[in-house]
Design a protein around this ligand. Structure first.
Ligand SMILES: Nc1ncnc2c1ncn2[C@@H]1O[C@H](COP(=O)(O)OP(=O)(O)OP(=O)(O)O)[C@@H](O)[C@H]1O
Ligand SMILES: [Mg+2]
Length: 419
């Protein structure tokens, strides 16, 4: 590569691993995708690593493919982290403004962030992944978005802290180390997906990103430009496949193929007499099955997924109240009529989220399934661009639109496993 910078994203999904390499010629131009690799996911259950060696093998295979296509060896990468152990909680950090004239500096912001981390008492089996500042209070003035340059005595940071199971994080790190990958940073899946598909306007208005993956559905809610909630639910597209397999008494492979080829979330739009011949998927099968019945099975499970999402929105007082609506990503978003079902269940406008346009070989990544890995690239680029602009290396990493990544912390526990 003659000039510019390379970024590598690795989405470690429960169904598939995706690696994408992108080239940045200049910061004014969109990234150009130059390498893509995918591999079936191995060694994960409910989005959690259960077999580190298998995870390493699958990651390696996706990375090697991408590397071959790009014709360039991979350096550092940014990886996704998901799984049912990811939770978010509110936290406060309070400091005395450092400068004698009371003007809030970038150094104060960094100290406030470190205070959030220091005050938070997490059980030993949990690790911080991100600290996301929401707003600040400077003496009596509340809801300040950017206090730098204002004057006061006491600065309070209100942040959302996202943490994950320590064992899971260690196992992913170990798997990536075995795969020979050098991880610069981790980003939780729904944040990465949101980065790839949501506009600043949607985040401002109030929008929920819903990523329907294989074993999990994750969501991130934004309002006034800030992340206000994030959750990972233990149900995804794989459960729909399992339901079809049980309902039709077929193998998982046949059920998956039926879902991909004939699936729909709207039974009422399917003729009562439409039938699918199972022998086209498996010569051992001879039954004809009703396509409407399959759609009923899909509708029931997908409705359950959206009602779980709605319960999360209810818990934060936003059910039916997000003017930017819901944006669906992940493989589950590709199910025909999933958007209509989401509209009905969530009582919100709903659309499918396609990744923001980049340059290069786009046809392979222009899908809601690639939202996470494209978001990782955008995070990596933004981190690189902002590295020297916001503050010192004491800060826990910089990511776009006031999302601050726990890089330093992650690096600290990563180091424990490096030779
Ligand atoms: N065209 C399609 N129609 C319906 N479902 C699909 C389609 N393509 C993929 N899926 C489903 O999407 C799911 C996988 O989605 P995705 O690749 O986003 O998951 P993942 O990122 O590997 O998993 P997770 O995010 O849970 O870790 C599978 O259940 C698959 O059957
Ligand atoms: Mg995923």
């Amino acid at each position: 590569m003659s000039k510019g910078h390379l970024y590598v994203g690795l989405d470690i999904g429960s169904a598939e691993i995706r690696a994408v390499i992108a080239h940045e010629i200049s910061s004014e131009e969109p990234l150009r995708v130059i390498g893509v690799g995918t591999a079936s996911s191995l060694g994960m259950r409910r989005g959690i690593v259960v077999d580190t060696e298998s995870v390493a093998k699958a990651c390696n295979s996706a990375l090697e493919q991408a590397e071959r296509m790009a014709g360039h060896p991979i350096g550092n990468l940014v990886a996704s982290v998901s799984g049912v152990e990811i939770v978010c909680q509110n936290a406060l950090g309070v400091i005395a403004v450092g400068r004698a004239d009371g003007e809030v500096s970038l150094d104060d912001m960094t100290r406030a962030l470190e205070e959030v981390q220091a005050r938070l008492v997490l059980p030993l089996n949990r690790e911080i992944i991100h600290i996301v500042p929401r707003d600040y209070r400077l003496d009596d003035q509340k809801n300040i978005k950017d206090p730098v340059g204002l004057r006061g005595v006491r600065l309070e940071m209100n942040a959302l802290v996202i943490s994950g199971g320590a064992a899971h994080l260690k196992n992913i790190s170990r798997g990536l180390e075995i795969a020979g990958a050098n991880v610069e940073s981790f980003v939780v899946e729904p944040l990465a997906s949101a980065e790839a598909v949501l506009s600043s306007k949607q985040k401002e208005l109030g929008t929920v990103l819903i990523n329907i993956g294989g074993a999990t559905t994750s969501l991130a809610v934004f309002e006034d430009g800030d992340l206000i909630h994030l959750a990972v639910l233990p149900v995804g597209g794989g459960h729909i496949t399992n339901d079809i397999a049980i309902g039709l008494r077929t193998s998982i492979e046949v059920a998956e193929a039926i879902k991909l080829q004939f699936g729909s979330a709207s039974p009422e739009d399917i003729g009562k007499k439409e039938e699918i011949d199972l022998s086209i998927f498996d010569s051992q099968e001879e039954d004809l099955v009703s396509r409407r019945h399959i759609a009923e099975i899909i509708e029931a499970r997908l409705e359950e997924i959206f009602s779980f999402v709605n319960s999360e929105l209810k818990n934060i007082g936003r059910a039916g109240l997000l003017p930017g609506g819901a944006v669906l990503t992940g493989g589950g978003a590709l199910l025909p009529d999933a958007t209509d079902l989401a509209k009905k269940t969530l009582r919100l406008p709903v659309q499918i989220g396609y990744p923001k346009p980049l340059g290069g070989i786009l046809d392979q990544v222009d899908s809601p399934q690639f939202a996470t890995v494209i978001g990782l690239l955008l995070f990596a680029q933004s981190n690189h661009l902002h590295k020297n602009s916001f503050s010192s290396d004491r800060l826990l990493g910089i990511v776009p639109e006031s999302v601050y990544n726990g890089i330093k912390k992650v690096k600290r526990w990563l180091k424990q496993f490096l030779p």
